[in-house]
Ligand binder design. Structure first.
Ligand code: HAM
Length: 423
């Protein structure tokens, strides 16, 4: 038997229903926030991610799915959504003719060759947003409020918002120098990857899972001590607007995030669910005021976030949160014999197009098994269509819960169902 590829999963049953419910909620929420739906390709030029996400990141050095197509082009399955949206923003010249800021939302599969474990897949789905063209800290907070409000709407209570700032380019480069000075004497104590990070991007050392418990990590310089006035002010305003929206947050000075493009605000939302382990980071994001320029666009501010759908659903399951999903049908139709099938089939389709959830027997079951099937599908009503019904157009409809029966004319069916469903 051929099995699914490692780190992937199939969607069906209750999981599928929960997923669709959340996708719907996201779509509605994005409409209220006035974001525009974007869809970019699942594969892009490898270069985009090398330059966008960062050459020294774990994502680019160890986790991308790279391939050559038949025209010998270097392509990569997107490991995240931001770089593709930025490419689209630049390529479609949205800085010229779009209303500013451009507020984009997206949803789709991402690919990272990571070691599969709970909450970590090789194919996973992200919902994210990117906002271009405003450096107002209010936008940082609008972005942070999106996952926070989504989690709240879904009933998740135990969440923790961690924020930090990396400052603007000047602050970041002062901080970088401080880190280099600090780590230089300890180079031999660091893992091989961090020795490489030391030269390419020393900030990444703080993010290392291997060296995380070294004593020297605890005393490393903190971004917050290297901020210039503009950066300090930006961060103070972010905190002010978070308070204005009553969003609880914690400043975590060790938060640097695993991608290279951030400036100023970075944030992550954690599920405070006991035993949730490594999958507790539900989402992450931040500001990236240089990325558009790095990818050959005009100087444009950007800020965004992305959340993993798998971790969100796992958190809901863990907290035993029920979602209002429909697990029943309105009507089950039983044609008595071959002769009534066309009449029944036509009625079934008509009722579906009038808004009812209708199923019909496709397996020529006997009456007993058909009633069993109606129960299995949690049908509210059952209709048996025999010779008499077809001839007279008068149908017996049975309430499958109260067992009460009503005889009604075919043309009155829609009214009857309208009045009796949803009570
Ligand atoms: P990220 O932190 O790499 O950020 O990923 C965001 C979220 O995607 C994570 O918090 C997690 O929920 C989910 N995620 C990441 N990797 C996996 C995986 N292997 N399996 C399951 N879920 C996963 C970004 O991707 C940035 N593009 C976010 C961003 C947007 N920053 C600015 N704009």
């Amino acid at each position: 038997m051929i099995q699914k590829a490692k780190g992937t999963y199939d969607v069906y049953g209750q999981y599928g229903k929960r997923l669709l419910y959340i996708e719907d909620l996201i779509e509605g929420l994005m409409e209220k926030y006035n974001y525009e739906y974007f869809r970019t390709p699942i594969f892009e030029s490898s270069n985009l991610f090398h330059r966008g996400v960062g050459e020294a990141t774990d994502i680019v050095t160890k986790e991308t799915y790279d391939f050559k197509d038949r025209g010998n082009r270097d392509l990569t399955l997107r490991p995240e959504g931001t770089a593709g949206i930025v490419r689209s923003y630049i390529e479609n010249k949205m800085y010229g003719n779009h209303s500013i800021p451009v507020k984009a939302w997206y949803y789709g599969p991402m690919y990272r060759y990571e070691r599969p474990q709970s909450g970590r897949f090789r194919e996973f789905y992200q919902f994210g947003v990117e906002v271009f063209g405003s450096n107002d800290p209010m936008v940082d907070v609008e972005v942070i409020s999106i996952p926070v409000n989504l989690y709240k709407l879904l009933g998740l209570k135990e969440i923790k918002v961690n924020i930090n700032t990396l400052g603007d380019s000047e602050s970041r480069s002062n901080y970088r120098e401080a880190l280099v000075e600090y780590f230089r004497p300890y180079l031999n104590d660091l893992c091989e990857d961090c020795k490489d990070r030391f030269n390419k991007n020393p900030l990444r050392i703080l993010d290392c899972k291997v060296d995380a418990n070294l004593e020297i990590m605890k005393h490393a310089p903190k971004t917050i001590d290297y901020l210039n006035e503009t950066s300090k002010k930006h961060f103070e305003n972010v905190k002010k607007y978070l308070s204005a929206l009553n969003i609880d947050y914690v400043v975590n000075t060790n938060l640097v995030r695993g991608l290279d493009y951030y400036t100023h605000t970075v944030f992550e939302v954690e599920a405070k669910v006991k035993g949730f382990g490594s999958q507790n980071v539900l989402c992450g994001g931040g500001r990236y005021d240089n990325l558009v320029e790095t990818l050959d666009g005009p100087k444009t501010s950007g800020v965004g976030f992305a959340l993993g759908m798998e971790r969100l659903i796992a958190a809901l399951d863990y907290e035993k949160i029920e979602l209002p999903i429909v697990n029943n049908i309105d009507l089950y139709i039983i044609p008595v014999s071959e002769n009534e099938k066309d009449y029944s089939f036509n009625m079934c389709m008509d009722l579906r197009l009038n808004g009812f959830i209708v199923e019909i027997d496709y397996n020529n079951r006997n009456l007993k098994n058909n009633f069993k099937n109606a129960d299995r599908l949690n049908s509210k009503f059952v209709m048996i269509i025999g010779e008499e019904e077809v001839k007279t157009g008068i149908i017996t409809i049975k309430n499958n819960i109260t067992k009460e029966e009503n005889k009604i004319k075919k043309e009155d069916l829609i009214n009857f169902l309208d009045e009796n469903i949803g009570e």
